[in-house]
Design a protein around this ligand. Structure first.
Ligand code: IMP
Ligand code: MG
Length: 208
């Protein structure tokens, strides 16, 4: 079992309050439009499930899965959608595109371009849980975000993963990284149960 040192950045209650604020800022942007809410699978599904339950009923949910292999100059050319929403849910609709984090911006740029140009969306509004502008590689910004971090930390929990793990943590944590920016494992035998059980402890290790 590998364990990683981490620091809790936002607790479950703080995330909930941040989502309340995000929903309030989004409502006027969506207006009375016919909205299709589309999270990018899989990281955004946790955040999206909580966000749409704060928005007016009547919106349609669908999903997109997209992998980006692009460079900073031509991200959309390298994007490979692997799962698409139903065309009826996109054509002529106002799409609320959601992801867990806006980092380099390649994923959202590619997804937005695909929905508008290939699938005929009338409009795309982008909402993310976390905005991390420091590593932006393409010119894109979110229409609304729950929280913004100015520093470059590697975040896990609430949908964000490291090698597929930790998405189910009910809080947001930053993994300690080494000089190469890779999460640092620690070799100990004791793992506190507190953070996974409650999301409220500031214990310093999570296990994979
Ligand atoms: P972008 O295309 O660089 O904006 O990255 C978006 C995707 O990269 C997200 O959907 C995440 O899966 C992943 N990602 C970026 N930063 C982090 C992080 O700090 N922790 C976990 N995943 C991240
Ligand atoms: Mg992701």
């Amino acid at each position: 079992m590998i364990r990683y040192r981490h620091r809790i950045v936002l607790r479950a209650q703080e995330l909930s309050e941040a989502l309340d604020g995000l929903a309030d800022r989004l409502k006027p942007l969506l207006g009375d439009d016919e909205v299709t809410a589309i999270p990018v699978l899989g990281g955004a599904m946790f955040f999206a499930a909580d966000l749409v339950r704060r928005l007016p009923s009547g919106l349609v949910m669908d999903f997109i899965r997209i992998q980006t292999y692009g460079d900073a100059t031509s991200p959309q050319k390298e994007a490979k959608p692997e799962w698409l929403p139903h065309p009826d849910n996109v054509k002529g609709k106002h799409v609320l595109l959601m992801d867990d984090i806006l980092d380099t911006g390649r994923t959202m740029t590619a997804a937005r371009c695909f929905l508008l140009e290939e699938m005929g969306a009338a409009k795309v509004t982008i909402a993310v849980l976390i905005d991390k502008p420091v590593r932006r590689a393409v010119p894109i910004s979110a229409d609304a975000f729950a929280v913004q971090f100015q520093d470059d930390q590697f975040l896990v929990g609430f949908g964000l993963d490291y090698r597929g793990r930790f998405r189910n943590l009910p809080f947001l944590a930053a993994l300690e990284t080494d000089l190469d920016g890779l999460p640092m494992s620690v070799e100990t035998t004791e793992v506190s149960k507190a953070p996974e059980a409650t999301g409220e402890s500031a214990a310093s290790e999570i296990a994979k």
